[in-house]
Each structure stands twice: as C-alpha cells, then as structure tokens.
Design a protein around this ligand. Structure first.
Ligand code: ADE
Length: 223
C-alpha cells in the first residue's frame, strides 16, 4: 500500500520517520516530503504546519507528486464532546469546516458553495482503525482558530455532534476528495478546548502525537 501521512506536528513526524527505510527527502516549495518503505508499504511523510491552507497545500503536493492509495491526517485536537478525556484517540468518519459561513446564499453553516458540507472518510479504512483502537468515531471539525470556551459554544451550536476541533483536517479532506483519493483523520485529544487549553496543549501534544503515530504503525503492521 502507498500511504501519504500529513501531520502538523514535528514530534509525530519524528516517531514515524524513525521506522522508515530507504528514505529520500524532496522539497516542494516549502513542503518537505520524506518517502521511504515500512514492511511492504511505501510511505510518504510531511509536516504541513498549522492551519487549513498549509494542510491543503501539503495534501495537494503529496497527492499530485506521489498519488497515494490513502491519505492519513494525524495530530492533536481539542475535545468538544464532554465524554472525551486528554489522551483519547478519535477517528474522523466525516469532517466539516467549523468557520465557513455562506449562509447568506442559503448554504448550510460550514458548507462552501458547490462543495459538500461533510467530507466522508473511507469506510473500509475507518473499520480497520476501529479494530485497533477503543477511540470514539464521528465528526471532526476544522477551522483557523485555536478553540477555547467561546469558540466551543459556537461550534457546538452548529455541530452538536462534533467530537473534537482542530485546524487542518477539513482542508486535507477537501483536497483528497477533489483528487478522488481515500482519506482518514486520526486525532489525539491534547486539551478540552476550554480556558486551560493553551496551557495543557503543550504538555499533552507530544503524547497525543506519539499515540497516533503508534496507531498508524499498528495499522501498517496488519495491512
Ligand atoms: N488542536 C489541539 N487543540 C486544539 C484546540 N483547542 N483548538 C484547535 N485546534 C486544536
């Protein structure tokens, strides 16, 4: 299998690049992509940086240059669902923008014109990951905001079922969908999207990254 992994964080990239063999690194503008092999898989890895444009751009470069069978977007997220705890793993079955508003023209909140409101992850890959983690599965929302109390209230008023908020997945999902490339989003909860988020984020972001890197390794081990 040919897997393209896009992560906003350096820590996770480090954990994953440590297992790759026969690596080669190429520069595409500001996007650095390391390709290599792990068991019978071809793996491409990039640290996109934070936010929707960085993630969408990295996804475009990755897909157009390497044509992967699957795009995986990993990283951390702030919990919106009150049942989630720091350290929990979440599988995104569908992804929406939390900060898109074209409702003036009759679109649903979160929906861009001529685009779906929800981007659907590949169901077979979701099923595989469900077998590997006890994490919750469901809606992940993305926006160019680090979400704390007020942002959380606003997002939940539009998407009451959203599990976590983060800043990249919808852009990756949109680009993957536009190319017809299957995708999945895996996120570790680094904070509870509240007034303490900016403090606990730094403590838990590394742990969250390592946990999703390990989950991905487990997935590749059984594929
Ligand atoms: N990534 C991790 N925590 C987040 C939060 N609270 N808001 C947005 N992105 C995040």
């Amino acid at each position: 299998m040919k897997i393209g992994i896009i992560t906003p964080m350096a820590e996770e990239k480090i954990a994953l690049s440590a297992i790759l063999e026969n690596t080669e690194t190429r520069q595409h503008g500001s996007t650095t992509i390391t390709s290599g092999t792990y068991k019978n898989h071809e793996v491409m890895l990039t640290e996109s940086g934070i936010g929707k444009v960085a993630a969408g751009s990295a996804a475009t470069v990755m897909i157009d240059n390497f044509n992967p069978d699957l795009i995986v977007n990993t990283g951390s997220a702030g919990a919106l669902d009150p049942d989630l705890k720091i350290g929990d793993e979440v599988i995104g079955t569908r992804i929406a923008y939390s900060d898109v508003d074209v409702t003036a023209f009759g679109y649903a909140y979160g929906q861009l014109p001529n685009k779906p409101l929800y981007y659907e992850a590949d169901p077979a890959v979701v099923a595989d990951f469900k077998n590997l983690t006890a994490g919750k599965e469901g809606l992940i929302v993305s926006g160019d905001q680090f979400v704390q109390d007020d942002g959380k209230k606003k997002i939940l008023s539009h998407f009451p079922e959203a599990l976590v908020a983060e800043m990249e997945a919808a852009a990756v999902a949109q680009v993957a969908t536009q190319f017809g490339t299957p995708f999945i989003v895996l996120r570790g909860v680094s904070d509870l999207a509240n007034g303490e988020s900016n403090i606990v984020f730094d403590d838990f972001v590394v742990e969250a990254g390592k946990a999703s890197a390990q989950l991905l390794i487990n997935y590749m081990d059984q594929k």
